[in-house]
Design a binder for this molecule. Sequence first.
Ligand code: TNX
Length: 640
Amino acid sequence: MRRTWRTVVVAAVALVAMPAAAAPAMPVASVEPGVQRLLPRPVEAVATGRAPFALGEGSHIVARGAARQVGDYLGDLLRPATGYRLPVTARSPRRGDIVLDLGPGKAPEGHAAEGYRLVTDERSATISADTPAGLFLGVQTFRQLLPAWAESRTRVSAVWQAQAARISDYPRFAYRGVMLDVARSYLTVAEIKRYIDTAVLFKVNTLHLHLTDDQAWRIAVTTPGDNPSGLDYDALTRVGSLGGADVYGNGNPLGTGPAIRGYYTQRDYAEVVAHAKARFVTVVPEIDGPGHTNAALASIPRLNPDGVAKPMNTTADVGYSTLDANSPVTYEFLRTVFSQLAALTPGPYLHIGGDEALVTGHDNYLTYLRQLLPEVARLGKLPMGWNEYAAVDLPPGAVIQFWRGSTLADVLKQVSRGAKVVMSPAGTTYIDQKYDPSSPIGLSWACRNACDFDRYYDWQPVRDGLTESDVIGVTAPLWSETVRGLAQAQWLSYPRLVSIAEVGWTPQAGRNLPDFTARLSSLGSRLTIAGVNFRPSPAVPWTTDITAPTQHTRTLRGEVARFTAPSATTPLATLTYGDGTTADVPVTPTTPAGPLAAPGLWKVTTPDHRYPHLGTYKATLTITTPTGVATTHFTIHAHH
Ligand code: TNX
């Protein structure tokens, strides 16, 4: 339950000194102000004032045909916390069912690809869309209308209600991305999957994987039968994957420890792609070149003009390496790599990098792109590249990832010829940057002092002479020179990735910072309960959610409740037992907070408390944190 000032239930509890009559079996209901806390903000959402939707023991998920896979996904999400069976069936909807209604003309007009409608009331929660992707996005909205406890992987006592609302929603941009730099520091397949699972909650639909760089090569390439130059592709992982970004050029450590090593077999990669696809996320693989290629040059000697392998280099240095634009071996190599990647990648794009080729030479840079781009086309894919690559003529539909303005004239020229732009301006999308100088990890070249969610929110992605239709979306790159593993990746991502997700989803006119900040306040609970790390920004008035199950005991003892308190170091719990006794009771975090870790759930325990008489008591638990006071009520059936 939420803090009292946001709930409708404060009333109920005349603090009973005597056993309460006819106490409810469940904690007292609170209907959360659902539509006001959705992230990203929908195009149109109204609270209708009807009775809320209530998910119950007997609820079904009604989903037919191609809607079934989304129904299965939703069932898997909600079963652990609710403990309900939630069968996915084709029955005609009954009261309390979730209905996934798929069909032409169901989404808001003109938004068939990803648009959806969501109506919740006492009869049902109905999501309608033209496509399974639209249903999936509607499911993410519905998920946020439920109590944050719905994210729990274990059963929780809560009232599974969603505010009655009518929502009509669709994205501003089709491409809403996040980029993981697994080259500088590795993430396991399981970590990438977990990362995806969280990002989709905010309607992120693209995962850009930066697979190779100077420091390491992370994707297995098999040696093809047709191998004219006899290249040893196995060396890319045997040698190239052993690197990582460990230290700055001056030898100082980059992160909390050395970079994490590893690589993906093609099966691993396919597994990530399949996991993403099941969540309507497109994977965009990047093989950077002609610069950022030291790991390849260190793995395969023949890629070097002198035939001698470069040494691996595990500093963060870049800008010193280049493939040889004038060697046929280079293109033989690239053809092998990109054709294998294309075969494993259902999405339309192959990202060719193209950034910071500082020692390639301009003519050689042009030569490289003019030879590589036709290969991409031959594989049936559209090229994507960092904005430098707009130096050559691009095919219509090619995508320019705009990270800095230095090549703006080229970008505008290519856009006028039919190229599209994904905005990743470093100063407002690079989530690898420190939040502020006190951040233990992160770089600070692109954003120096105040780099919290507000800066990443408050910008206009259509600018610099570009029009709305030139821009297909946004991406938040998480460069990983300083990132070690999933928890740190999450810490840098949340809440800033949510800012970028809303920039990508919500119309500019529908966005403003105070409103976004207010909506963020309930995000901390949801992430805490989901077990997702984040940085509890001091600028957000984080809310507390409490769960306290009904008790059947004459002597109350041990754990009585759990709660979230994202930024509190010493929350205070006061328990009014319902028999005239009140006491401050101990709280302990399930996982402690640290400079790189938000606290986990807190537990409330009570010293043994024996009720004076048999009967039913109504207890009240109040949690006080620096950002507010939250109250819940629970029932104790005091029997023998
Ligand atoms: C610049 S952005 C890079 C990356 C680094 C990043 C660190 C871009 C296209 N190149 O190689 O990892 O800065 O913030």
